[in-house]
Design a protein around this ligand. Structure first.
Ligand code: IPM
Ligand code: MN
Length: 368
């Protein structure tokens, strides 16, 4: 199969982890006989430096003409003092909005081989496998700009949702639960926010269409507590934009590091952009220290969701799991007294593992 992928490395460690991910995808293409054509675009701080704006039209066009988008990370101290609308993050919010990527899927899995890298107790996190479905194009992130500042001493951020915006993300939550363990936790703040009250109403209405899914409502503060107290209790969490942003960083500690979390941001028709949950990590950028696994796992989500390449996606997930099981890790995954691999070396391990799995599969086929 031939597929065109828009590649937007962005800033900081985004460029480092993207480079390695393309190597991994090329290895997969060789093994399975596909062709991936990569079209580069600038976004974030890199785009500001080059074109004066965080999301130039050319980049958006490249994305629209591609079969899927891979994004690294945006932001960094260099651009911190720019006005809100010109910051690197604006590029990310704009691309999400322009491409209508309203459904952000953030899987959180505890790898057995990384249980000791988590600050949480092993017995609580073992076997945890949850999915956070975060609304991505509404809420506080997209408040009306004119309402942001009325005079010098007053700021206003608006949290607005339409019924349709809530309905479509809630449907995504139910559908994801249906494919998994049929449990949906809808997270809101219905004891305070009107938007949450409408959210809860809609979840209750929709529940009638999914009688096979168990639904519970949870206030966001309680959810933050329970993710640490009993993470195994969760299957699918569906929630609005800002709550999902906060809870996914919190939940990443189950895997041991934010550097392990991939994500998919999907449009109604299935078109998707794939990015790690971590940011540009300016403190370690350019040092060959970043964990590339979140980006690599995001590319696996791309193969699965956008290209329907299930076997190829599983091959990447398997290789990552095996590399971790063999004891390799990067320095974000704190293991007492040991030094982690560099970004490059971790990428090479994943590629070697893919090759080895390929050889094993070949031998098994020969003997079948
Ligand atoms: C994320 C990031 C972004 C967000 C930032 C960089 C704007 O934290 O993808 O979680 O808040 O959505
Ligand atoms: Mn975030």
């Amino acid at each position: 199969m031939k597929k065109t992928v828009a590649v937007l490395p962005g800033d900081g460690i985004g460029t480092e982890v993207m480079e390695g991910t393309i190597k991994v995808l090329n290895a997969v293409a060789d093994r399975f006989g596909h062709t991936f054509e990569f079209q580069k675009g600038v976004i974030g701080g890199a785009a500001i430096d080059e074109t004066g704006e965080p999301l130039p039209k050319e980049t958006l066009d490249v994305c629209k003409e591609s079969d899927a988008v891979l994004l690294g990370a945006v932001g960094g101290p260099k651009w911190d003092d720019l006005p809100r609308n010109l910051r690197p993050e604006k590029g990310l919010l704009k691309i999400r909005k322009e491409l209508e990527l309203f459904a952000n899927l953030r899987p959180v899995k505890a790898y057995d081989s990384l249980l000791d890298a988590s600050p949480l107790k092993e017995e609580r996190i073992k076997g945890v496998d949850m999915l956070i479905v975060r609304e991505l194009t509404g809420g506080l992130y997209f408040g009306t700009p004119s309402e942001r500042r009325e005079d010098g001493d007053r700021v206003v951020d608006t949290l607005s949702y339409t019924r349709e915006e809530i309905e479509r993300i809630v449907d995504q939550g139910f559908q994801a639960a249906r494919k998994r363990n049929r449990k949906l936790t809808s997270v809101d703040k219905a004891n305070v926010l009107e938007s949450s009250r409408m959210w809860r109403e809609i979840v209750n209405e929709k529940a009638a269409n999914y009688p096979d899914v168990d639904v519970e409502h949870m206030l966001v503060d309680a959810a933050a507590m329970k993710i640490v107290q009993n993470p195994a209790n969760f299957d699918v969490i569906v929630t609005e934009n800002l709550f999902g942003d906060i809870l996914s960083d919190e939940a990443s500690m189950i895997t041991g590091s934010l550097g392990m979390l991939p994500s998919a941001s999907l449009r109604k028709d299935g078109f998707g952009m794939y990015e790690p949950v971590h940011g540009s990590a300016p403190d370690i950028a350019g040092k060959n220290l970043a964990n590339p696994l979140a980006m690599i796992l995001s590319s696996s989500m791309m193969l699965n969701h956008s290209f329907n390449m299930k076997e190829e996606s599983e091959a990447i997930d398997k290789a990552v799991k095996e590399v971790l099981e063999a004891g390799y890790f990067t320095s974000d995954l704190v293991k007492k007294g040991k030094r982690g691999l560099s970004t490059d070396k971790m990428i090479n391990q994943v590629i070697l593992q893919l090759a080895e799995d390929n050889a094993t599969a070949g031998i098994m086929e020969a003997y079948a």
